[in-house]
Ligand binder design. Structure first.
Ligand code: SF4
Length: 429
């Protein structure tokens, strides 16, 4: 078997202050979209995620879920056996049986996602039709939707994008004149509550969040809806929302004191909030955040940090680390570069910084071995080998699982980058 690899291309205006963009295609080291179920199932509290997949998918979910134990878990895998995969059994019948049993036992489930996987896609199982059939049977009690979490050519945060995009057609249409703010992207509840309070102080509202905490709270959508992305990996969801007439508010992402202020300011400007009111609503939080971050600056300033492409949070994180903590990005890998969504972030990066889009993992490893950054942010699969080679690493997936957005979390976010260095320093003693 051979691997077809396109040669990398260099893009971007070298030397004129813009980032240098290196496009690579080749073998990639990423988790699949099923991983996102781990944070999504905590977020939508009456939803259930039923992966239609193999034992491998079940193992991935179980190990990603780690030590979390629930009396009644909100995700599971309908395991396709060899007879299903060989087309000898009707996989749809098996799936209906499992859904019947699940919903009979769990009346708390109001939203059921059938999540496609590599195996279900390989045998071309039509989960869209299955979801429609099941919805017809179980509505109005349970809505059944589907999306793909398959690992073919995707990264793990795309699972959230696919899930949220599947919710958009379910949102009712609001009258054009009805103005509302929609914050898009799964956030920890504590972060959501903080943002709600700040928006209320600014007089911005009504404010809705996607995904909602409960299926019945899915907000309506229309030409009066202004939406702002809270996560940088939601390209399909954004397209679906714009197609429904909603307008995106462009902003950097709410990471760190500066990022949070710029993100909130973009909303404030859309709502014509006066500078005085904006200051009243944000100054205290911003000051606290700056103080919390400054405690870590001494430890991190001047250190070099490199990112392998994984979570799609790499560019906003590099911006935060360079501008608020004085770190020097050596290479910012990102699985995809959405130039429109990233434009406000790219403008804040150090001039001439290298951004690599896509991945050819061997070539990238060679670059990191030559560069030897003080800290490497990467996926789990690369972390151990790189540690063995003497590089300090930070698991990028931890940054998706942790509440890191907003003022109150800025210090904790900085601390996440201090920890691996502190651990390495202890080991060296
Ligand atoms: S969806 Fe694909 S990549 Fe993900 S665990 Fe299942 S088989 Fe593996």
């Amino acid at each position: 078997m051979t691997l077809a690899v396109a040669e990398p291309t260099l893009d971007g205006a070298v030397g004129c202050g813009e980032p240098v963009i290196l496009r690579e295609r080749g073998q990639r080291e990423v988790f699949c979209g099923l991983t996102s179920i781990i944070w999504l199932h905590r977020k939508i509290q009456d939803a259930f995620f039923l992966v239609v997949g193999s034992r491998t998918c079940a193992h991935l979910l179980q190990s990603a879920a780690g030590v979390m134990i629930f009396a009644e878990p909100r995700f599971a895998t309908a395991i396709m056996e060899e007879r299903d995969l060989a087309g000898l059994a009707d996989a749809n019948e098996g799936l209906e049986r499992i859904v019947d049993a699940l919903l009979a036992r769990r009346p708390d489930i109001k939203l059921l996602f059938l999540v496609g996987s590599c195996p279900s896609e390989v045998i071309k199982m039509d989960l869209g039709q299955a979801a429609q059939r099941l919805s017809r049977r179980f509505l109005p009690d349970v809505r059944v939707l589907h999306y793909s979490g398959s690992g073919i050519e995707t990264t793990f945060t795309q699972g959230e994008d696919a899930c949220l995009a599947a919710l958009v057609p379910e949102m009712a249409t609001s009258p054009d004149a009805e103005r509302a703010l929609l914050v898009v992207g799964a956030l920890a509840e504590v972060v959501e509550d903080q943002f709600r309070r700040i928006f209320a102080t600014m007089g911005v509202g009504p404010v809705h969040f996607l995904p909602p905490r409960h299926a019945a709270e899915l907000p309506a959508l229309g030409a009066g809806t202004r939406y702002i992305l809270a996560q940088p990996f939601l390209a399909d969801t954004a397209r679906a929302l714009s197609d429904r007439g909603a307008r995106r508010i462009a902003a950097p992402f709410p990471l760190g004191a500066e990022g949070t202020t710029l993100w909130l300011r973009a909303v404030a400007q859309e709502w014509n909030v006066t500078p005085h009111v904006f200051h009243e609503a944000t100054a205290f939080g911003e000051q606290r955040a700056r103080r919390a971050v400054s405690h870590r600056r001494e430890r991190l300033s001047g250190l070099r940090v490199g990112f392998f492409p994984d979570s799609q949070l790499e560019i906003p994180l590099a911006r935060f680390l360079s501008r608020e903590l004085g770190m020097v990005p050596t290479e910012i890998g990102t699985p995809y570069l959405h130039r429109e969504h990233m434009a406000p972030e790219l403008a804040l990066l150090p001039p001439g910084v290298l951004i690599s889009e896509g991945q050819h993992v061997d070539k990238q490893l060679d670059r990191f071995r030559a560069e030897r950054p003080d800290l490497t942010v990467c996926g789990l699969g690369l972390a151990n080998p790189l540690e063995a080679e003497g590089l300090a690493t930070k698991w990028s997936i931890e940054l998706v699982f942790s509440p890191i957005q907003g003022y109150e979390q800025a210090g904790d976010l900085a601390e996440l980058f201090v920890r691996p260095l502190a651990r390495r320093a202890r080991l060296e003693v």
